[in-house]
Design a binder for this molecule. Structure first.
Ligand code: SF4
Length: 216
């Protein structure tokens, strides 16, 4: 039988088209579920959504932009889903094996803390909520670090070898932090800032206290 290169190319071409159509339909379905989840706070088919967010993030965001919706919703739902997956294991980890990372941008504008190899050294001056929150979390057994960036986080994780991490930060930082936790087999959860930026950022501290207050 003669070798027909043209029909091989045709089969490959058709397969690629079918795969692209399949991915597009999958992404549309996932986008609808993501939009529904953010509106209702009910997560239907979470594994399907997370699978799509992991593999088709850019396509999903493009669909959201096409629908004139905020594409940050994709990241937000991705973070919430990952939090849900890790939460039980996080809570089953002894408190002294958990670390909390707070971003330095949450500090008061006149913060007198000095930078050390363990991050900013808060003296609980009362100018921002960090001092009180740090004390409260440490009393529960957490190690708490106020960090200026991701390189500090990686170094402190290597040094203190936690099993679970609670990270506070902007959406991009939390997303990168949860990916780091997955790579290092750590149980990571993230709380996103209500207002991000370089200084004077805002966190829903009630949410933070509620989170650490739910410990065993
Ligand atoms: S409480 Fe701590 S982090 Fe906040 S401003 Fe005072 S020293 Fe800085």
């Amino acid at each position: 039988m003669p070798f027909d290169i043209t029909s091989i190319y045709t089969v490959i071409g058709q397969s690629v088209v079918y795969i692209l159509i399949f991915l597009f339909i999958t992404a549309v379905l996932a986008s609808v579920l993501i939009a529904y989840s953010i509106k209702t706070e009910r997560f239907i088919f979470p594994n399907f959504m997370l699978f799509n967010i992991t593999l088709l993030e850019n396509l999903l965001k493009a669909l959201f932009r096409l629908a004139r919706m905020d594409d940050d919703i994709v990241d937000e739902v991705g973070i919430q889903l990952k939090n849900k997956i890790s939460l039980k294991k996080f809570r089953n980890t002894p408190q002294d094996r958990r670390i909390i990372f707070l971003p330095q941008c949450l500090r008061g504008v006149d913060c007198p803390s000095k930078l050390s190899s363990e991050g900013m050294q808060c003296i609980n001056c009362g100018s921002c909520e960090i001092g009180k929150a740090k004390k409260c979390a440490e009393e529960k057994g957490y190690k708490v670090y106020i960090v200026p960036g991701s390189s500090f986080i990686i170094r402190l994780v290597r040094k203190h070898k936690p099993e679970a991490i609670l990270g506070v930060g902007c959406m991009a930082e939390i997303k990168a932090g949860l990916e780091m936790c997955e790579k290092l087999n750590l149980f990571g959860v993230g709380l996103t800032l209500d207002k991000a930026g370089c200084v004077s950022t805002v966190l829903d501290w009630n949410n933070f206290y509620e989170f650490i207050g739910k410990d065993n």
